[in-house]
Design a protein around this ligand. Sequence first.
Ligand code: BTN
Length: 314
Amino acid sequence: MDEKDIFILRKLYENEYISGEELASLLNISRMAINKRIKSLKALGYKIESLKKKGYELSDKDIIRVWEIKDCIQSSNLFKEFIYLDEVDSTNTYVKQNQQHLPNATLVYAERQAQGRGRLSRRWVDLEKGIKMSILLKILLLDLEKIVPLTLFTGLVINRVLREYGVNSFIKWSNDIYLNGKKICGILSELSGEVEGFGSIIIGVGINVNAENIPNEIKDIATSLKAETSQNFDRTRLIIDILKEFEKEFPSFEKYGFSHFRDEYKSFCMNLGKEILVNGERMVCRDIGQKGELVCEKEGQIIEISSGEVTIRF
Ligand code: BTN
């Protein structure tokens, strides 16, 4: 999708309907060229109807308003670039492969992911009308130990935004977000590369937003905001609110680290006080440490855990 396609989508989004002639004259291209573009937008999945004597209508307005996210990023002091992809294997892989040319604080969003990746080498099932995006942060190698706390911080930011929307979400350590006992958001942070003393952290975020049908293979453990609340969420607004909240709190995270956010994290952490399985071993979660580690008790011994598979036993 290029700038002209984005312009067409914007006009379709903002108007009940718009004629091919008008689009052609606004873009200074032929009517035929408009036809061709509408055809390829339809092939990408946009629901565009042709109305007799009126023109085109966007019948499903649940699209990502690329122009609004671009505006948000242009006025941001942190984020530098936005890349919108209709389809990709994985936004994290895309960022990894292109990181040399991408500026610090780039956001990559994809409408469809053919091979979305989850933590612990799992697959991230691509639900329609979700959010799949990755943030690239180029940071001093010395700071790379921030990766775990940074991931927790990202989860906290998303949970905060969802709660501001009235969603009763919780965080399952380390950074899964749950609603009504099922997962609605996962974060995969990856370290990558090293260029002149800088390393990259790629924070990949998947949020199940407006999917109505949850595939059988995950429906016992995962859900979407819409499936739980029967409400449609504005995905563009959600992305922008997450970026804004991230940007607002990032200086405090850089200055004070995770400990600054620990109380809030703890107040929404589902694991605290629960019996949990950590890589198959049974223990009780007692606390969340200053750097975000899970503090557990097993047979009177305190064990600190900073990664791994954690299951809560209800
Ligand atoms: C998990 O819960 O296991 C983490 C899931 C992370 C999924 C997101 S979707 C966008 C980004 N690209 C990927 O391939 N994975 C992350």
